[in-house]
Design a protein. Structure first.
Length: 278
């Protein structure tokens, strides 16, 4: 297993993030490791508010075996939210650009929506799927209403662009015990200033069509036989551990792992385990 290389990290920080655009989708990506004559790459997706650097340690553990590319979340605002098919076309063209034939998809939290959609629409390219505290298994009711209805979008826009008022609402719900402390802290941090709250709005709206079809993924998994591993925190209040039951029911071949932690599972304790699967 390769050691953590500080020289490599320094080099990566100096790289400019490439941007790749199609008609309705424009996303940044970062290559953490190039592949040496190996057309199997890891394609990784991080969680909300994170950056590609969260995968540096894992990239170094996998160095020399596979290429490693991280797709950034779509924080920009466009007139039309991309469809799942737009995203799949983007990935297909990106794979052609770097001669990628096979993918191990690794994802955390909201980034898992993209990972699951890869398995849904591009199953022949999948080597395996590794999901960490995955969003997209059960779509939150408020997320669906806020992004899919005119009234919900209008209210969501108002709250995110009136951040101080929204924080007062969060505090009220927490005070009358309608909002658990951990979820209150999590929600408040993501709208800590006007820029942060606008980013929440833009990201949710850009991802409103990114809803995986678990039944179709199950069919694709049976047809192409790619393994799926999913990690959940049994103290997670964001992606609750009960979500694992639905994932197992919808995709029975999934290997479920429960960890005695909260939502923050993407860390160096888990990376050596993941690297052993590559």
């Amino acid at each position: 297993m390769n050691a953590y290389c500080l020289v490599q990290i320094t080099r990566l920080h100096l790289q400019t993030n490439p941007r790749f655009c199609l008609t309705f989708i424009c996303m940044n990506y970062q290559i953490l490791e190039h592949s040496n004559n190996n057309r199997h790459w890891i394609m990784a997706f991080y969680g909300y508010g994170q950056q590609a650097k969260v995968y540096h340690r894992l990239a170094n553990l996998c160095k020399g075996r596979v290429g490693f590319i991280v797709i950034d979340l779509p924080y920009h605002e466009t007139k039309q939210a991309p469809s799942k098919e737009d995203f799949a076309s983007f990935i297909a063209d990106l794979m052609k650009r770097y001669a990628i034939e096979k993918i191990t998809g690794i994802s955390y939290s909201i980034g898992s929506r993209y990972n699951l959609i890869l398995a849904e629409l591009m199953p022949a390219s999948m080597v395996q799927l590794i999901l960490i505290a995955p969003d997209g298994v059960s779509i939150n009711f408020w997320n669906r209403v806020s992004t899919s209805t005119w009234l919900g979008q209008s209210l969501f826009h108002y709250l995110m662009y009136h951040q101080a008022f929204y924080i007062k609402l969060l505090t009220l719900f927490h005070t009358i015990h309608l909002l658990p402390s951990a979820l209150y802290t999590f929600s408040k941090w993501h709208v800590r200033n006007p820029e942060s709250s606008r980013l929440v709005y833009q990201t949710w709206m850009q991802m409103k069509h990114m809803i995986p079809d678990l039944k179709k993924i199950n069919q694709q998994q049976q047809l192409f036989s790619f393994p799926i591993k999913a990690y959940f925190g049994n103290k997670d209040v964001i992606i609750k551990p009960q979500t694992s039951h639905k994932l197992k029911k919808e995709i029975p071949a999934t290997d479920i792992f429960l960890i005695d932690k909260g939502h923050d599972l993407l860390n160096e304790e888990l990376f050596p385990i993941i690297a052993s699967y590559i």
